[in-house]
Design a protein. Structure first.
Lengths: 152, 371, 179
């Protein structure tokens, strides 16, 4: 399906979504509370059938955080990007680990690097950082570590 | 941090494999819950080689960060550099000359053969045979010599730059590659009989570690690990980049889903890479090897994503730029991260000795996972 | 401290007198023990990242290190003599490295291979998790430069370590002499 058709279909499913043009893939901006129902529909609807979540990450704009999900379909070969703005002081969003199982590891990584709390995640704890690094979110822009980091 | 050897209430034993272990291909710590010799749960602990590459790249310029990425998945170093160069070129919107495109594809395919050779040697060594290791390294040395003449280094060659390649091919490149291919086509039959036809290897790999197609897609597997279950996911065929859409080669698929299928896919991929190199080696177009770009690169404001097919699966490079000379955020979607998450799912119920065969056929390189 | 001036390159240390009915060998026991130790060092298989591949290439057939006596690469530290730190050491791995070094039996030697093990290498600036040099964790005898070092450079380092042992100037031996 082309970007125009995808845009029409997504507006049907979720009228509150806004779109960004300009990239090669359609970018959809949604509220965090709408993410879980939209994710289930993206996965189960036969004409969309986004069954392959290939990138899950977070970006720290200094006033807020943005979650970015890249989805693809193995049958129809179309791709979209879903973005959602989170509040910086209390970032929370629903987990999608029961829909796409790859999200389990990816969400753990975003939890430890940015501090985003994923509600109802089966096992949310540190993955890559050593013990004792809970709460220090290294990939945030205001992370300071005078002992370990030597600045150029 | 380390769970010591102990027993739980039902008599299960918890043991550690790694971090320092000859069979884990890097520093991976697995905490395995066993009942006798049957595995009940495998939990990977990562982070023993986490070098904070994503944070470091936020302070390096667009020409500098490529050098760090060749140390991420060091066995397909050219392909990693290729992905980063493609992403920067997408942002700058420059065209690459045809000679540079052909050189890049040739180097990629030679790297793929070298990576699969080392995988083959190391996996046979894990299953107990020492001879294939020496054969594999002999072939790898020939490829390393060819690359060293042109690129200057054996392992972390930083040859791809935004705009093309760093310098032209050495005059001996064509002759040496053709000699290597002549020798290699005879040897690959020998290796097939030595390891693939061996009854012990077949019994250790058939029906071990079954992965179904739906699970492969749900867990985000890519590369030979997913193609072994019948999922068609070769980026070179589906979303072609450079000149892959003009070349003739097959995407190798198997439907059995066990370790032996993943093994056979990599052996056949080596043969397909030979086919690609043969189509290109006599037809390298003349011309420039690099388009002129400015010395200090600045990407416009926006987000750019590129996907390439490394020897392990799909690598994604995601650059978010604010218009400056350094990236605002870089994310590397590494193939090993998702391939490792499937290990717990396929290892339940098998024996401890089968775990080595499964890890070998998933082809994990740990610095790629930890970044 | 010049390690090469005191070594007899490759020869048996001492004097061999040919007498009818056999021969007489005159030497210092220390020299004979050092000569025997340096010619059969068993490395521990410890490779964290890219330098590990060059280490495996040195073990391969083209640059063969078993002609120097390093053939038997043991996986367990209890049976190994030398630990070749090939790769970056990060904060999470440092206690593991210390534990492995403590488990090795005396006399033990350490080679730091590659730029990452010497000083943090390319990961020196702006990283929060890399130990800037393996010698913050364990004492090192020989440093090999390169990223990754060529196999010939690693062989040069192994020969240098052998010369150091024969001349009695490794950290182990200096420490023992002071006691």
């Amino acid at each position: 399906m082309l970007n125009e058709e995808l845009k029409a279909k997504i507006t049907e499913l979720l009228p509150a979504a806004t779109f960004d043009e300009g990239g090669e893939w359609l970018n959809i901006n949604i509220e965090p509370k709408d993410w879980l129902p939209l994710a289930q529909q993206l996965r189960n609807d036969n004409s969309l059938f986004f069954d392959y979540l290939f990138c899950l990450t977070c970006i720290d704009w200094k006033t807020h955080l943005t979650m970015v999900y890249h989805l693809s379909s193995t049958q129809h070969r179309h791709n979209i990007v879903v973005k959602s703005k989170l509040d910086r002081n209390n970032p929370e969003i629903e987990t999608v680990a029961h829909i796409w199982k790859t999200a389990e590891f990816h969400e753990r990584e975003v939890y430890e690097m940015f501090g985003v709390n994923f509600l109802h995640h089966p096992d949310l704890r540190l993955l890559i950082l050593p013990d004792g690094w809970e709460g220090k979110n290294p990939l945030r822009k205001d992370f300071e570590d005078p002992i370990n980091m030597i600045k150029l | 941090m380390f769970e010591e050897v102990g027993t739980t209430i039902d008599g299960d034993m918890i043991i550690n494999v790694g971090p320092q272990h000859p069979a884990t291909h890097g520093v991976l710590h697995l905490v395995i819950t066993l009942n006798g010799e049957t595995i009940k749960k495998v939990e990977p602990h990562l982070g023993f080689i986490h070098r904070s590459i994503e944070k470091m790249c936020e302070s390096l310029s667009y020409r500098q960060f490529i050098y760090v990425t060749s140390r991420m998945d060091y066995l397909s170093a050219h392909i990693n550099n290729h992905a980063c160069a493609l992403c920067v070129e997408k942002g700058l919107q420059v065209e690459i000359p045809p000679r540079a495109q052909v050189i890049r594809v040739l180097m990629d395919e030679l790297t793929r053969i070298a990576s699969h050779e080392l995988w083959w040697g190391a996996m046979a060594m894990d299953l107990g045979a020492f001879t294939p290791f020496f054969h594999a390294f002999r072939e790898r040395e020939s490829i390393n010599d060819i690359m060293e003449e042109t690129c200057g280094a054996r392992l972390t060659m930083n040859y791809m730059v935004p705009g093309g390649v760093m310098q032209d091919l050495h005059p001996n490149f064509q002759k040496r590659t053709k000699e290597f291919l002549q020798l290699y086509k005879r040897k690959i039959h020998e290796y097939d009989e030595l390891v693939t036809g061996n009854i012990i290897f077949q019994n250790r790999m058939k029906n071990v570690g079954y992965l179904s197609a739906e699970d492969a897609v749900s867990y985000g597997c890519s590369g030979p690990a997913a193609r072994g279950s019948g999922v068609s996911c070769d980026i070179r065929k589906i979303y072609p980049y450079e000149i892959y859409d003009k070349l003739e080669f097959d995407e190798v698929l198997e439907t059995a889903g066990d370790s032996f299928a993943r093994y056979m896919i990599r052996i056949r991929e080596m043969q397909q890479s030979i086919r690609i190199i043969e189509q290109l080696i006599d037809n390298i177009p003349e011309g420039d090897f690099q388009t002129k770009t400015k010395a200090v690169l600045k990407l416009p404001k926006g987000e750019f994503y590129t996907r390439v097919e490394t020897a392990r699966g799909e690598l994604g490079v995601y650059i978010v730029s604010e218009g400056g000379t350094t990236p605002y955020r870089i994310k590397f979607r590494s193939p090993g991260f998702s391939n490792l998450s499937v290990l717990d799912h396929i290892a339940r119920g098998s024996k401890l000795g089968d775990l080595v065969a499964m890890m070998g056929t998933l082809d994990l390189v740990i610095p790629d996972i930890d970044r | 401290m010049d390690v090469t001036q005191q070594t007899t390159k490759g020869d048996f240390p001492g004097q061999i007198h040919e007498t009818p009915g056999g021969g007489i060998v005159l030497s210092k026991l220390d020299d004979v023990i050092n000569w025997a130790r340096s010619n059969s060092l068993w490395p521990l298989t410890f490779a964290t990242s890219c330098c590990g591949i060059e280490y495996m290439a040195v073990a391969g057939a083209k640059y063969d290190f078993s002609r120097f006596g390093f053939e038997v690469a043991r996986a367990t530290p209890r049976q190994a003599d030398v630990i070749i730190i090939a790769g970056t050491i990060v904060n999470k791995m440092a206690p593991v490295l210390k534990r492995l070094y403590d488990q090795m039996a005396d006399p033990k030697y350490v080679i730091a291979m590659g730029a990452c093990a010497i000083s943090g290498g390319p990961f020196f600036y702006n990283t929060y998790s890399v130990v800037k040099g393996a010698d913050h964790v364990i004492p090192v005898d020989v440093y090999v430069a390169g990223c990754p070092p060529r196999p010939e450079a690693l062989l040069h380092a192994l020969i240098k370590l052998q010369e150091k042992i024969k001349s009695g100037l490794t950290r182990e031996q200096i420490r023992k002499d002071k006691e």
